[in-house]
Design a binder for this molecule. Structure first.
Ligand code: ADP
Ligand code: MG
Length: 476
């Protein structure tokens, strides 16, 4: 698209850009679209972005105005698929096409994630550390995050209209930053004139503290007032910072009253955030509050499949299955394990198998370490309810008799529920038989115990870990 226009513009640019730079930074670039008076220029690699922002943006605009007089803005979009399309060969612009291009950077298989700054159309705004690799499209959707993803999409498509503020919470490494930056990138790519401010809360605090220190608190308020979308990541770090909270409260009201979008992330839901003022917490809860839970095995497998595709490798499905089953709950750690598997393969030619993969998992996964250290003696999988209840009772340091008794304090109910859960899920015992074993309980109480454990595992990482350690002890 726009091939001849791009040729004319880039030829124009040669007056001001060195040949070497031109050959490097214009290879496989392309005009992707011209809409709403904005030219969207596609770049095949992320590391081109900074150079173009600093060196070509104004020149492209100047030249493009000769073709489309109404154009007001140039926006860059990183699209790695351009690399394979061979859309623009800068050598063809020169009369002698024998230019040696050996020194142009080698094509990488994957764009490396680097943190880039996106500056906004001549404003003083510089969004802190938004990586263009995080998009809503490359976020893998599973049962654990589908609502958070769907709402993020609505917010990105129509900022400030629905779900304002949007509050996303969940444990570390589950994709909150990915979603927030995905929203930022989406808004920016679709309307390069909008002012999108993404802040890690710590950076926000630093900026506010500095403004207060130098007597410029009013200025900071008016700066944030200009935002169309404000995204604050990891708001829990605002705890105890009362002055900053007060300023955020005013910024929040300014933006909210002007129907500007606010997106916040945290490790807990608003009501559970400590050290934040009531009035701020109540504002965070005014719009949409969604959580991201731990990924289930299917989602983890889908992520691994996607990463294999990106890395152009194929690993044994059994090994992948093992990784999905045994990796920690965090997607960040899952990806860390995967990267290590790829590195072993690419650098040493070692294909992942169960033995070397366990070694990798042991480095990052406490559960694997614990279970290997603690359960060396577990040679076989538990196959009877007697053995199962003994191991669970041992773990909680109670007796099996107490587990079977009618005592209903948490000290006994929790081990009982966990044992019921494993008896049902792993031994596949009928609910009625499990109830009989545990002191003649009704099958409905067994069912509610099983459901409770399933639910609690999703809510708390610590509990998830606990159940996992027991699972290993049982040999499952
Ligand atoms: P958080 O901010 O919740 O701690 P991140 O957003 O930093 O987590 O996610 C950690 C890593 O996992 C990132 O590399 C991110 O791209 C990846 N990730 C998390 N969830 C998903 C998902 N659903 N699909 C693809 N990648 C994901
Ligand atoms: Mg994060």
């Amino acid at each position: 698209m726009f091939e001849s226009e791009w040729k004319i513009i880039s030829k124009d640019l040669l007056k001001d850009i060195s040949k070497a730079h031109f050959l490097t930074y214009f290879k496989n670039t392309s005009i992707i679209s011209v809409e709403n008076n904005v030219i969207n220029v596609g770049l095949p690699r992320e590391f081109f972005l900074k150079w173009h922002e600093n060196n070509s943006k104004d020149l492209i605009l100047l030249s493009a105005k000769n073709i489309w007089s109404e154009v007001r803005c140039v926006s860059f979009v990183v699209d790695i698929s351009l690399e394979n399309k061979s859309c623009f060969d800068p050598r063809k612009i020169f009369p002698d096409s024998n230019i040696n291009t050996c020194n142009t950077p080698k094509i990488r298989k994957l764009p490396k994630k680097s943190e880039v700054k996106i500056s906004y159309s001549g404003e003083e705004f510089v969004s802190k550390m938004v990586s263009s690799t995080y998009t809503l499209d490359n976020f893998i959707v599973g049962g654990n995050n589908s609502l958070a993803h769907a709402v993020s999409k609505v917010v990105a498509e129509n900022p400030g209209k629905k779900y304002n503020p949007l509050f996303i919470y969940g444990d570390v490494g589950l994709g909150k930053t990915h979603l927030l930056q995905g929203i930022a990138n989406y808004v920016k790519n679709n309307n390069c004139n909008s002012v999108v401010l993404y802040y890690q809360t710590q950076n926000f605090v630093d900026e506010v503290v500095e403004a207060v220190r130098s007597g410029k608190s009013d200025k900071i308020r008016s700066k944030f007032k200009k935002a169309d979308v404000l995204l604050l990541d990891d708001i829990q770090f605002l705890a105890g910072k009362e002055r900053t909270q007060e300023i955020l409260f005013h910024i929040f009201n300014d933006l909210f009253d002007a129907n500007k979008q606010i997106v916040i992330s945290a490790d807990k839901c608003p009501a559970m955030l400590n050290g934040l003022t009531e009035r701020l917490v109540s504002r965070f809860s005014m719009g949409m509050v969604v959580d991201i839970q731990m990924p289930d095995k299917e989602t983890k497998l889908a992520i691994l499949q996607k990463k294999m595709h990106e890395n152009e490798v194929i690993f044994n499905p059994k090994v992948l299955d093992f990784v999905a089953e045994n990796s920690n709950s965090s997607i960040r750690e899952l990806l860390g394990t995967f990267k290590q598997m790829v590195a072993n393969y690419e650098l040493q030619g070692v294909l992942p198998n169960l033995t070397n993969t366990i070694e990798i998992l042991k480095k990052t996964n406490r559960d694997i370490r614990d279970s290997y250290a603690e359960c060396k003696n577990v040679a076989k999988v538990v196959s009877s309810i007697d053995d199962l209840s003994t191991i669970v009772a041992d773990f909680y340091d109670i007796t099996v008799d107490k587990m079977k008794s009618s005592l209903r304090t948490r000290e006994y109910t929790l081990p009982r529920q966990v044992a019921m859960y494993f008896a049902n899920k792993k031994l596949r015992m009928p609910l009625k038989n499990i109830g009989n074993f545990f002191g003649g309980r009704d099958h409905t109480s067994v069912l509610s115990a099983v459901r409770k454990i399933e639910r609690d595992k999703k809510i708390s990482t610590d509990f998830w870990r606990e159940v996992n350690v027991i699972k290993k002890k049982l040999g499952f």
